[in-house]
Design a protein around this ligand. Structure first.
Ligand code: NAD
Length: 535
């Protein structure tokens, strides 16, 4: 039986990247399971310092994934709603770009204090709409706080350079200036951290922002915008427009939007990059992932087993840096799998408010999709050492449950290997050598993260040099960089050049200018039509 009472699909699904719009998902749930109609909270937009309902007349349903009940009705913006938000941002950007660094920084510091003081409230909202367990949600808030703290130091990141006397009595110096209005479009799996990867940096650099969060868990973004306003951010500098693909396309087409930071699945990232670039915008579009953890024979197998369980099943596998492929280099596969199975026996799947290890999946449709991948893995001949479809959750039966699932003897042709499943499904691929392991990782179209577990420094160093991904872990399974470094993948995991936050973030949200200046001098250089050179 499926989480919604129907049979799991037998055919391999198209993967999370082909996700149907939220409205379709919502109606699938409404058709399949109990929905408490009529008592859902209305969730609108935040534009020019106020919550508003919008005028599109379109709405989507928001669920508590641990109960399956509808808890919210979110407004889905159309082009007119988006235009209203962009116009508010354009008005605000004109004066915010001239706000002193001291003033901008003061707002950032005040915002940091509010988020820090209210971090539990934010984590509760994440758990209520996303489903991840409270401790995991609190960790997400902490990683977001770190980017706010980085943005508090924007004055140093924006420092230019100065060269005196580049020509006789002529000086040269560089500036970085804000772009104007920028859009941030975020996925469901980090409703706080991903908006905070971009918004504090964009605002600190002097831009105004239109944030379009995921329609599956939209409430946290509205709180962030309200708290930013409370911290002293002028009206219109941060606006939140809720919506689905229609709102995204309206942002991509709007001439007032100068740059777009997108995070989501690879097909949508590719679309956003193409359409936004064609419209003349600067675009960074972070996409999906298939992250490998390579375990060499000399590794500490207990450490590797802990890492595989933590990174494979944390947040129910709904992390872009989750490990979904464990590459065991002969002869340690049997021993490693046994250690992982031991650890999995202690995992508790349940309502994230009750303090278990992993929560439900985000929607009924997504849970069904992941379950059908499990069925596809069994049908393809992988060995389901632990089958999460049998889980007995610590939560209401209507929740979107799937327990941690471990497959052994996965081969690279199986859909459970090729596709980003985005659920608590870990597949063990057995290989004979380090070279085979690296070749496997590098042949994968995604390139977000990869980790190696070994006690051989030379092998680790070779791996960091040879592996074709943007973020590498050495005896660290989820190598998410700190805020003062930049986050981003390679290949189909990122379209564009610059990564998120850190120095790349500041470069993305600003453009460079070089000034060559000469102040009046009693001596006059005279007329000279030649091209300027140093004299
Ligand atoms: P998604 O692509 O379905 O949605 C992301 C955003 O795009 C949402 O705001 C959504 O409303 C919008 N959107 C959805 N379909 C669209 C369409 N056809 N046209 C325009 N906009 C559209 O992704 P998701 O399911 O919310 O999030 C999970 C995905 O995000 C996974 O693939 C995961 O790997 C990826 N992700 C990547 C990173 C990273 O750093 N690379 C980080 C987090 C999540």
């Amino acid at each position: 039986m499926s989480a919604t009472g129907g049979p799991a699909r037998q055919t391999p699904p198209p993967g999370p990247q082909a996700a149907a719009p939220a409205v379709a998902e919502a109606s699938a749930v409404a058709a399949a399971g109990p929905v408490a109609a009529g008592d859902a909270t209305r969730i609108g937009h935040f534009v020019d310092g106020k919550r508003i309902d919008g005028t599109s007349g379109r709405h989507g349903d928001v669920f508590d994934p641990a109960t399956g009940r509808r808890t919210g009705r979110v407004a889905l913006a159309d082009a007119a709603d988006v235009a209203g938000a962009v116009e508010a941002a354009e008005r605000a950007a004109r004066s915010w770009r001239d706000a002193s660094l001291a003033r901008r920084t003061a707002v950032l510091f005040a915002f940091r204090e509010l988020v820090h003081a209210r971090r539990d409230r934010l984590a509760e909202v994440i758990t209520a709409e996303h489903g991840k367990v409270f401790a995991d949600a609190a960790g997400e808030v902490q990683r977001g706080l770190e980017v706010i703290e980085y943005a508090c130091g924007v004055a140093s990141a924006l420092r230019g350079s100065f060269s005196e006397n580049v020509s006789t009595e002529v000086d040269s110096y560089s500036l970085r200036q804000p772009l104007g209005v920028v859009a941030v479009i975020s996925p469901f799996n980090f409703p706080v951290m991903v908006p905070l990867w971009f918004v504090p940096v964009a605002v600190a650099c002097g831009n105004a922002v239109v944030l379009k969060p995921s329609e599956k868990d939209p409430s946290a973004a509205l709180l962030l915008a309200e708290w930013f306003a409370e911290a002293g951010l002028p009206d219109g500098v941060l606006n939140v427009v809720n919506g689905d693909a229609e709102a995204v396309d309206a942002l991509l087409d709007h001439p007032g939007v100068r740059a777009v930071s997108f995070v989501g699945s690879t097909p949508v990232a590719r679309h956003v990059h193409r359409r936004g670039t064609l419209a003349g915008k600067r675009v960074q579009a972070l996409g999906g992932a298939k992250n490998h953890l390579v375990v060499l024979p000399d590794a500490d197998l207990d450490l590797a087993a802990d890492a595989a369980v933590n990174a494979g099943f944390g947040s129910a596998g709904e992390r872009c840096m989750a490990i979904s492929a464990l590459v065991a280099v002969a002869p340690i596969a049997d021993a490693l799998v046994a250690k992982i199975v031991d650890r999995m026996a202690g995992l508790r799947t349940g309502d994230g408010r009750r303090g278990g290890d992993l929560g439900p999946l985000v929607t009924a449709a997504h849970a069904e999709r992941v379950r059908s991948y499990v069925a596809a893995g069994v049908a393809a001949g992988a060995v389901p050492v632990v089958d999460g479809r049998d889980v007995v959750p610590d939560g209401e039966p209507g929740g979107f449950w799937l327990g941690p699932t471990l497959f052994d003897h996965v081969t690279p042709d199986m859909s459970i290997y090729t596709d980003e499943i985005f659920g608590p499904v870990l597949g063990v691929v057995r290989v004979d050598s380090y070279d085979e392991a690296v070749a496997l990782v590098n042949a994968n179209p995604y390139g977000n993260g990869a980790a190696i577990f070994t006690n051989d420094g030379g092998a680790a160093r070779r791996f960091q040099h040879e592996v074709e991904v943007g973020m590498v872990g050495i005896n660290v399974p989820i190598p998410v960089p700190m805020a003062y470094y930049s986050f981003g993948g390679w290949k189909a995991s990122l379209f564009g050049d610059l990564h998120a936050h850190g120095e790349d973030g500041v470069r993305f949200f600003t453009r460079g200018k070089v000034v060559t200046s000469r102040w009046l001098d009693p001596r006059h250089g005279g007329v000279n039509l030649g091209f300027p050179t140093q004299t």
